[in-house]
Structures are given as C-alpha cells and as structure tokens.
Design a protein around this ligand. Structure first.
Ligand SMILES: [Fe+2]
Ligand SMILES: [Fe+2]
Length: 475
C-alpha cells in the first residue's frame, strides 16, 4: 500500500504517481467528470464555500478533514482501505485460496458487471438530488445534502479507478458511459430503476438516504468480502463515508416526525399542514414507497447469478467472516424458504431453493433487520412526544417490481388485494400528487443561520463539534 499522495490532481493512496498509464487515463477522464458535475450536479451554490469533510487518509482515526470548500474545488480522491495480513478466500468453493490482486480472466465479465452496476448508482443519486438545495430547510441540512453529493461523486471515482486500472479499453469505455447515462433519461437511463425515480422533495431525500443508501451499505458490505482485493479495499473505505449518508436520512425523518408530533400536540389536530408540518400518514406513504423500491435493488430471491458470485468468491454475505452468523462458509448446506405469489390460483405458497441461489434474499434479510431498527428509533421519538401514531415498515410483499411478489397486489400489511382494490386504495399507501404538492408547500427554503423550516425540528447537535447555528454554507 502506498502512502497518501495529496499533491497531484487526484489525491490517492494507490501510487498513481508511479503508474503513468492509469494516471493519464484518469486525468483525461477528470475534465469530463467536472463537466458532468457542472451540468448534472447541484443546480445552485456551486460557488459558495461549504463546510465539508474530505477524505485525506485511510487511518481508523482522523481519516477526514473538515473545512470550507467550493464544491467544484472538492478533492475527489481514490483511497483503498489497508489490508491486514494476507488475504485468503473465506467463503464459497475456493476457501483458503489466495485472494486476487488482479482480475482473473474467468471472472472478468462478472466483476466488470458488478463494478459498473455499483458505480452507476453513485452519479445517479447526485442527479436525482440536484435541485434540493433550492428548498433546503436550513444551512445545516443543505450542507449535509452537499456532503452526500460530493461523496457519491467520490464513490464514482472509486469505481472508475477499478475500471480503468483493471479492465483496459473496456474499463475506459465504461468510465465514459458512467457520465453518459443520466437519471430518468428516456434514452440512456441509470441501470437500476430506483436511481431513475424522481427525488422531488426533502422527504424523498431523507427516505432515499435511509433506504436506498442503506441498500448501498449492504451491497458494498458484500463486495468488501470479495476475493478481488482492490474491490474489497475500495468498498471498505466507501462504507466509512456511507455511514454519514444513513445518518442524514434517518435523523432527517426523525426530526420531521418529531416536529409533526409537536405540532399535533400544540394544535390538538392531526391535520398539521396549516401549521406548517407534514402529517405523519404522509411520511408513512413516503416510507412505503422508498422502502419497497429499495427492496427491489436486491434482485430475485432465486438467482443463479448470485449463486455464481458466491461460489467464486466475488460477493459474500454481509459480515461474511462472522461464523456465528454463518456457520456454513461454503453456503452449501440447507435450503432457503421464501414465499411466492401465484396469480393463477391467487394464493401465496412457499418455495425452496438451495442456499447459494438465495444469496440475494440472505443479503436482503440483513438489510430488512437494519431497517426495522430505524423504525423502532423513530417510534420512540413519537411515543416520547405523546403521539398516538406510529410508523410501520411495510410488508416485503408490498408494491414490488422485482422478485416473487411482482404478480400480486398487496396492502402494506401484506394482505392480498384484487387489482380493483389496489386501484381504489393505492392513494392510501403511496404518495399522491396532492400529498407531494402539500409537502412542497411547507418545504420553503430557510437560509438564515441557525433557523429551520417549520416542518422539521433542529438536530440534536451540529457537525464535527460545531454549533447548530454554525455557518455551514457561506452565502
Ligand atoms: Fe455511494
Ligand atoms: Fe451513499
């Protein structure tokens, strides 16, 4: 592992200085990236100084630097987490074999696909969120949005580095394509559907950061187990940044709910739009929508690709090394039982697959358990405010476009609905145009230091030890 080089155009700890070929390729890609950032990145505040953290090292303590920076001047770097000792494959068919410093020919296509699919989500999310700064509820929140945006762009760099370093001409082609596709574009959309869904308002954003970024956490976690060492290293470092994105999402919803509960109590009414809040049932609908969309990102419960990735050591389970959690390192024992809906008989039935074929579902189960914890924390806040309402994580059957429930209609409790029942009740389940317009009405921008929009409570504390009324964005 090289030391951190912070002097060149691209900060890195991968020894770019000594690798002219890759340095050249990345330097050629850089202006195209900047053009993308200008055209598809945040629509405003590009010239303002923002209080941002920048990755500067990979040490467990003090890996980031906090300072004012204009976003176009952000130092997007390439950092690999250090490897402790010798790495050996610890799951699948090749347990005990040495891990790979380079891409093995026989896994080239699969690795390329995994990296491209992950990489494509990073700029996708920046594009989805590009207008949100115009309605930021505070400077604190605006700064958090921009922090997430610059780090997603750095994650794109991380994936583009792997492509250019290990995939030659194909990698350079894929790096260009990353900037060519665009969220929601009719001709060249982002690869995964959730990354083409509009993020119109801050409730979308907080749900996205809670549920879609959390999918990212689990995908990165499974790639961190990979036998391809550079991918493991780069995804492990990305996970340190990802934690903040989840924090922004979860605390954003928590603060929204807290304010809603306060307004309900103070005005003794459930309808708090008049008093500038967002009704809790509307928050619930946004959660229903983004959670179900994010579940789709895990793919089908029964997947030969997933079995193949696992068998060959490309992608493990979340926390794969924990043998208390997964005693069977080869993933060969037992079956995974999942539910499926058969539209012909209008019934649910259970279906068995060999464990390896169910690795998508196993990963998704870890994700769902994590999502449940967030709901418990939100509900504690509501209970503490004396609010009679609670948030509920919808059933995994609800509103799915991928997997074993696509052929059916279900309510958020998982009850089977007819198409007619679905049509007549869907407005109770997912945000309507009217819900969204009312959310927009209350989400007016607030740019005065230390002030917050009426629909959201201030955070418990500021960023990096700074006070809540800190000048997070210099206007
Ligand atoms: Fe990311
Ligand atoms: Fe993220």
């Amino acid at each position: 592992m090289s030391t951190v080089d912070y002097d060149g155009l691209i900060p890195n700890n991968v020894g770019l200085k000594d690798n002219r070929k890759i340095l050249k390729a990345l330097e050629r890609w850089h202006p195209k990236f900047m053009e993308w950032w200008r055209d598809q990145g945040p629509v405003a505040y590009q010239e303002n100084e923002i209080y941002l953290r920048t990755a500067v090292s990979v040490g467990s303590s003090g890996w980031a630097n906090y300072d004012y920076v204009r976003m176009p001047d952000y130092r997007w770097g390439i950092f690999l987490a250090p490897v402790k000792g010798e790495r050996r494959i610890h799951f699948g068919d090749f347990i005990g074999n040495e891990c790979w410093e380079d891409v093995p020919g026989e896994h080239r296509n699969e690795l390329r696909r995994l990296i491209v699919t992950q990489g494509d989500t990073e700029p996708g999310s920046v594009e989805q969120q590009r207008r949100l700064s115009l309605t930021a509820p505070s400077l604190y929140d605006m700064r958090n949005l921009f922090q997430v945006n610059v780090e997603e762009a750095r994650h794109l760099w991380a994936m583009v580095y792997l492509l250019q370093m290990y995939f030659g001409k194909d990698g350079r082609y894929e790096a260009e394509e990353m900037l060519h596709r665009c969220s929601g574009d009719a001709d060249a959309p982002r690869i995964l559907s959730t990354f083409n869904d509009p993020v119109e308002d801050w409730l979308d954003f907080f749900c996205f950061a809670t549920y879609t970024d959390r999918d990212g956490k689990y995908q990165l976690g499974s790639l961190a187990e990979s036998a391809f060492t550079p991918m493991s290293q780069t995804t492990r470092f990305m996970l340190t940044e990802e934690a903040h994105h989840l924090f922004v999402g979860e605390t954003g919803i928590a603060r929204t709910l807290q304010r809603s509960a306060e307004l309900m109590r103070d005005h003794d009414s459930d309808d708090i739009t008049e008093s500038g809040g967002i009704p809790i049932p509307v928050v619930q609908k946004y959660i229903n929508y983004w959670y179900s969309s994010s579940l789709d990102l895990f793919g089908s419960e029964d997947s030969s690709n997933a079995a193949n990735y696992f068998a060959n050591g490309l992608k493990g389970r979340f926390n794969e090394a924990n043998r208390k959690l997964y005693p069977d390192a080869a993933g060969n024992e037992g079956v995974y039982v999942f539910e499926t809906y058969d539209p012909d008989v209008g019934r649910l039935s259970s279906y068995e697959v060999p464990m390896r074929r169910a690795m998508n579902a196993v990963l998704r189960d870890s994700y769902v358990a994590d999502c449940r914890k967030a709901v418990v924390r939100w509900n504690k806040i509501l209970a503490k405010e004396g609010c009679p309402l609670q948030i509920k994580l919808p059933s995994e059957r609800f509103n799915r476009s991928v997997g074993s429930f696509v052929a059916g209609r279900f309510d958020p409790d998982g009850n089977i609905l007819t198409e007619q029942q679905w049509e007549s009740r869907r407005d109770d389940f997912i945000p309507t145009r009217k819900d969204r317009d009312r959310v927009k009405e209350v989400q007016v921008p607030v740019t005065e230091r230390g002030k917050f929009a009426s629909w959201i409570a201030p955070p418990a504390r500021g960023i990096h030890g700074q006070p809540i009324d800190y000048e997070y964005v210099r206007l």
